[in-house]
Write a protein that binds this ligand. Sequence first.
Ligand code: PYR
Length: 294
Amino acid sequence: NRSSPGHRFREALQQEKPLQIAGAINAYSAILAQSAGFRALYVSGAGVANASFGLPDLGITTQGDVLEDVRRISSATELPLLVDADTGFGSAFNIARTVREMIRAGAAGIHIEDQVAAKRCGHRPNKAIVSTAEMADRIKAAADAKSDADFVLMARTDALASEGMEGAVARSLVYVEAGADMIFLEAAVSLNDYADFTSQVSVPVLANITEFGRTPLFTLEELAGVGVSMVLYPLSAFRAMNAAALKVYTTLRSQGTQASVLSDMQTREELYRYLGYYEYERKLDALFAQVDEP
Ligand code: PYR
């Protein structure tokens, strides 16, 4: 489908090499990221859990929780959205439903990972993964449910930590065979890891450049040099927003005024500009022009 979000994601992948994918924690962040020039956005599972529910990224949020955020974000932007679907939110029929509902919610693609359902953040210790066969079944169920051939089905492997490069490559080849269009290699620790991986896996590969995790903050140029096709920044803006918010809250409590932190704030004028506020207001004025009473 040439106009589908999945098709637009694949177009973006052709236009930008590697494709930078920005995490958008909510609809307004999506507007900001779009205005900064990104061609694709990301809905992070950790982000949904942390920001929308105040919960850790431990597989606690549900399919419906993520879908609600996807609907809100996809409504606010033209950009294609890659969505974190954790382990698919259940067994085969649940995974099929995840794919159908994600398409309906406006997602361009999802990634499903090979961790056990009681998943952990990809950059934390003691992750456990399911068998290659079980993960292949997840991918087959998802691929079979695609109503749009362009919808992107990405398999994420967390195998590097427990099975090393050999395991991660062997698994990924099986996942591609099962229907994965792209691979997310989670928690690589060196550029050599990516070079090694991309030389053996022929589909587009995503690098997750999340801060304070196991992967160093490799630059776009470095990642381009080792065959990476997509570079993800899932929570970068969110972390900055959180630090700014805490500073404002503590300043209000300690100083009784926000005067000293005004420079950390986006102004009302800027907010209105990104929202197109004045156009809405003009429309309102035109629609409900003052009619003089007789
Ligand atoms: C997350 O942001 O939740 C990822 O899995 C990358």
